[in-house]
Design a protein around this ligand. Structure first.
Ligand code: ITT
Length: 196
């Protein structure tokens, strides 16, 4: 089976692709195709994965694995949430998004807040049937970024039970506990049940 990973984010493609490879599942990504971007206008992660998956499955006629993920910060009433990648504007860099989050926390006089990384995944088949899963990583965000690995908000996210930020984890270590890793394990189990 060959699955299209519906993402152009190289970090995500690497994290998801490495796992699929170990299971002998071939994959390609949106970096290999010249297709228009799917709408991503939902107000929930689940709506967004559904929109993305069904759009590309219909256009390209292959099984499509899409994910939507983001950071949910308690002190900011759940922000940036579904807006995580565009928090500081439509073309914002990871650094700009992260600096905006730090500024909002500091404006509230906070140096940290409980937070979770959330990931929803969906595989849609060309016959439009689909499978979905959810993964959560609990922890806190801090206002002093640390570490040079990972991407996005990793330098300010400290997983529960640790003092290091996710940007101080190796890729393997992060994959084992991350929201995306958990959602991926669950959806792969569902996929294996379906093809068995
Ligand atoms: P695609 O839509 O092409 O997949 P994207 O980066 O826009 O790429 P999302 O819409 O899922 O992906 O946005 C997720 C954003 O949430 C991402 O850009 C980061 O800012 C943040 N995020 C998600 N997972 C993360 C992780 O493991 N570490 C750090 N930040 C993460």
């Amino acid at each position: 089976m060959r699955v299209l990973i519906a993402s152009k984010n190289r970090h995500k493609i690497k994290e998801i692709g490495e796992k699929l490879k170990t299971l002998g599942i071939e994959f390609c990504s949106l970096l290999d195709f010249d297709v228009p971007e799917a709408p991503e206008t939902g107000t929930t992660f689940l709506e967004n994965v559904y929109q993305k998956s069904s759009f590309y499955a219909e256009k390209l006629n292959v099984p499509v694995l899409s994910d939507d993920s983001g950071l949910v910060v308690e002190a900011l009433d759940g922000l940036p949430g579904v807006h995580s990648s565009r928090f500081a504007g439509s073309k914002a860099t990871d650094r700009e998004n992260l600096m905006k989050l730090i500024r909002l926390l500091k404006e509230k006089g906070l140096s940290e807040s409980p937070a979770s990384f959330v990931c929803f995944m969906m595989i849609t088949f060309p016959d439009k049937k689909g499978l979905w899963s959810e993964g959560v990583l609990k922890g806190k965000v801090i206002v002093e970024p640390r570490g040079g690995r990972g991407f996005g908000y990793d330098p300010i996210f400290v997983p529960e039970g640790d003092t290091r930020t996710l940007a101080e984890y190796s890729t393997d270590e992060k994959n084992r506990i991350s929201h995306r890793g958990r959602a991926l394990d669950k959806i792969i189990n569902l996929l294996m049940e379906r093809v068995r």
